[in-house]
Design a protein around this ligand. Structure first.
Ligand SMILES: Cc1ncc(COP(=O)(O)O)c(C=O)c1O
Length: 509
């Protein structure tokens, strides 16, 4: 659009005219619909190597503009062939949500209106929707729905936000003014998480706060990979008797390798008796609390001072969307509240609600809540319960296939959607302690996963369980079916046979 001012200077927004926008928009929707129509048939990861991907996008800074049509063509020609398809039903790597269709609309509409969710005045509807959606999520998992909370970039940021809140609300000196270096600090702040399943993002969190990684005490685990709470008590008491200041226990709620939940009720009791912050890292699994049949796993979650829960994992929201719930909103505000004359404004308002810049580390923020709000409205609680149950059924079915097979061994009995198991050919089952066999098993498990990824059929990764390489699937795509699981297991079995045929001579030589 062009306007001319009194000096005959042309001013242009460079916006396209709305007729063109409408036409191109229809084309974009066709592209997206075609993408969803073909997602099941696509190779899950691209076949190009990193140098090839780099070369595809090598180009000089554009000096003059190009047409939207040609940019969209580049999307089809360059981006899609070099994308990993998290929305595929056979994408089982990391813990990556598959992306709801309603979120595609939500994201487009939200960026069109472009509210800044950092402050109420810059986005009244966005703030209200975020507040409403946070209370829905709390209600969904049986957490007090008058809690505070906000959407964040992901589980790592949510964990960092929780730990800083824990630290600031448990320190007995003015930590905001004096910082960690305060001369009033009586000892070393320490926190606790399980040695096997505690997530690496807690290390990142203490790095960001600069507490030092030695502030984390790794609590020994039970045989089922949950935290040993007797050991937890022993360690806390040991620290209380010395110069340390126990300030937080981080419990896992759906852990990264095997999807277990720690004993939340016992941890809640231990923390409340000692005035220690109880943080539940439910990035992967907290939303499972919406299933009444899993009540036994989530008892005590409502007593956590804070809960990390990632909509971009098991609520299938596309990236990015993490979330933190904090029981007492005042504690978030105490941690993050900040004032400046340019943030306050002067217009009288009856608004007494949230300015999210007062409740978290970001000031300006996108409107992530829109994706969750619309997806929750689209599926409803019942829809989500159905999808979660499907994923759990897939994990349990895979477990059945594993225990029925002679060449694979279960590492645990899955309760949620994460499942780890190991290729151990039948004739090696009695030899797994032999160093040569141990090394070969690690190599074979890695090769099996590498080969299925290279084939493009599925994206699966390994992890280590008690030091041994195992195959791990995170089944959190709302598109995965039992048939997908059967096909993937059959492929793993076939690759396993081939890999073992090659390794056998080395093992028995
Ligand atoms: C238990 C747990 N906490 C935190 C995170 C970090 O989440 P994000 O990758 O969204 O930052 C993860 C990621 O998988 C996780 O499994």
């Amino acid at each position: 659009m062009k306007t001319t001012n009194r000096d005959n200077q042309d001013f242009e927004s460079l916006d396209m005219d709305t007729e063109s926008f409408r036409k191109i928009g229809h084309d974009v929707i066709d592209m997206i619909a075609e993408y969803f129509e073909t997602i099941r048939e696509r190779k899950v990861v691209p076949q190009s190597n990193s140098r090839e991907v780099e070369n595809v996008f090598k180009e000089d800074l554009p000096q003059t503009g190009q047409s939207p049509e040609s940019i969209l063509k580049e999307w089809s020609d360059k981006v899609i062939p070099n994308a990993s398809h998290l929305g595929s039903p056979r994408y089982f790597a990391f813990v990556n949500g598959s992306g709801t269709m309603m979120s595609v609309f939500a994201a487009a509409l939200a960026v069109a209106v472009n509210m800044n969710s950092g402050g109420w005045k810059a986005g009244p509807a966005a703030a209200e929707i975020e507040r409403r959606t946070i209370s829905w999520i709390a209600e969904l998992i049986g957490y007090p729905s008058d809690c505070g909370g906000l959407f964040l970039g992901g589980g790592a940021v949510a964990n960092f936000t929780a730990l800083l809140t824990a630290l600031k609300n448990t320190a007995d000196y003015n930590i905001t003014e004096e910082g960690l270096q305060s001369e009033h600090r009586k000892g070393k702040h320490t926190l606790y998480m399980s040695d096997h399943e505690g997530h690496v993002s807690i290390l990142r969190s203490v790095d960001v706060i600069n507490l030092g990684r030695s502030s984390i005490r790794r609590v020994p685990s039970n045989d089922d990979f949950t935290m040993n709470t007797n050991e937890l008590v022993r360690m806390i008491d040991e620290d209380l008797a010395s110069d340390n200041i126990p300030f937080c226990v981080v419990a896992q709620v759906g852990s990264i390798n095997v999807g277990v939940a720690d004993d939340l009720e016992t941890i809640a009791k231990i923390c409340s008796e000692r005035n220690i912050w109880f943080h539940a890292d439910g990035a992967c699994g907290a939303v499972g609390a919406m299933l009444p049949e899993l009540d036994h796993l989530y008892k005590g979650l409502d007593r956590a001072d804070s809960v990390t829960l990632d909509p971009h994992k098991w609520l299938y929201i596309p990236y990015e969307c993490g979330c933190l719930l904090v029981k007492d909103p005042g504690k978030l505000k105490k941690t993050f509240s900040i004032t400046a004359s340019y943030l306050q404004g002067t217009l009288p308002t009856d608004y007494k609600g949230l300015d999210y810049f007062d409740y978290g580390p970001q000031m300006s923020r996108g409107f992530n809540a829109a994706k969750v709000w619309m997806s929750l409205k689209h599926y409803g609680k019942e829809g989500y319960q159905k999808l979660l149950r499907q994923n759990i059924l897939c994990a349990k079915h895979l477990h059945e296939l594993v225990i029925r097979s002679e060449d694979f061994t279960a590492m645990h009995d899955p309760e949620l959607f994460i499942y780890s198991f190991r290729f151990i050919p039948k004739e090696l089952t009695q030899k797994t302690d032999e160093p040569k066999v141990k090394a070969a098993l690690d190599r074979m498990n890695q090769r099996i996963t590498d080969e299925i990824v290279s084939s493009g059929f599925a994206f699966i990764m390994t992890t280590k369980i008690r030091g041994e390489v195992v195959i791990r699937l995170s089944i959190c795509s709302h598109r995965t079916t039992l048939k997908d699981i059967e096909q993937v297991f059959e492929k793993l079995r076939q690759i396993g046979d081939l890999v073992y045929a090659q390794e056998r001579d080395i093992i028995f030589s």
